[in-house]
Design a protein around this ligand. Sequence first.
Ligand code: SF4
Ligand code: SF4
Length: 443
Amino acid sequence: MRKLTFKNGIHPEESKVSTSALPLETILPKAGLEMVYPLVQNTGAPCKPIVQIGDEVCLGQKIADSEAFVSSPVHSSVSGIVKGMRKALTPTGVIADAIVIENDGKNIKWDTLKSYNDYTLLSKEEIIKKIREAGVVGLGGAGFPTHVKLSPPPDKKIDTVIINASECEPYLTSDHRALLDETERVLEGIRVVLRIFPDAKALIAIEDNKPDAIEKLTHATKNENSMEVKSLVTKYPQGSEKQLIYSCLKREVPSGGLPADIGALVVNVDTLIAIERAVLRDRPLIRKIVTLDGGAVKNPGNYRVRIGMSYRDFLEAVGGLKSEPAKMISGGPMMGVSMFSLDVPVIKVSSAFLCLTADEVKTYTERNCIRCGKCVSHCPMGLLPYTLNQNVVHGEMDEFLKNNGMDCVECGSCSYVCPSKRHIAQSIRSTRRHRLEQMRRGK
Ligand code: SF4
Ligand code: SF4
């Protein structure tokens, strides 16, 4: 099988061995635990509560929603009583309004949860509605609502659905395990998406450091005419949407454009499982597969964790820490967010929780740029990271935009290779996000 790749990129240490061979495990919150549901868990408009303090709620019941198209409802992942509404810090660093529910431990199910739907009897619109009502968002990144992604404008013809199974971030193995342990659900999720795009072909793109997943999926799809497994060179950031599309199709997403502009749609592995649950069984998104790893953790692994459970309760349920971590990260070490508290809930876009020891965390002092050009030669977007960094330092927003700073995919490769350890990616990321927020507000 020919291996596919993109331009530039880096090869960070993979650090996946401690979890990649361990099957998925399910963690259930204990009775009496407080579950916290932020009303902002994904890209799009915040939700508003549709329950009140003192209400009894069921497992899977919708508790918050929004009328905005780009939004996604929130569901309770336990049965219990609404104890309060308060501000909560999320693992993405955002402080959001949140609903607090005390788990009664009874798991009383909401009455719309079904055992099976024949999705082939549903129209495309009905399928998309079920995905929206289940609160499904992209589970591999910023959490863009999946029903929006699956509704491109009519003039955008999708010919390829790429299944993003590259999982290029160091430490992360949750998609790898999902491919191995929930193969049929992933395939059902793909069949549902292909029902929305009947003329498209699905490419299941897996990095070549997961030969067991490539073999299993190749075997499982041997009779599927519309699916093909593609082997990717293991290189970071292979899983970034634009790089993945280039690797698979040699097409470039135009600056400021979307994958649909070039006929492609990218869906993450765990998102496909959420689609399968939503469409076939009317199950909302109430759990997330999270990789727990790092030298300070007693029992690394991949866990199905109920959304709303705090990282503290999650950690305690799987054996806790064996030493004091020097750094905690929500997500991977390249694109994740440093955490300073364990009293933060698992949300829809939680992908990993790393508790790293001092040996695993290198600290450096930032020095002057020596114009070596390494950041340029490794940038997968072909940008000039040192120039963008200078634009940020000098507050030159117009120059930042002219130098295509908004095309940055925030991969962190430039900072990783910089011998002067300049905080290039961090500076570009914060400026880019500030600008995106301005654009969202129409400025
Ligand atoms: S400038 Fe952006 S896209 Fe380029 S290497 Fe740095 S973080 Fe990645
Ligand atoms: S890698 Fe670092 S030192 Fe080299 S040009 Fe880029 S910013 Fe300057």
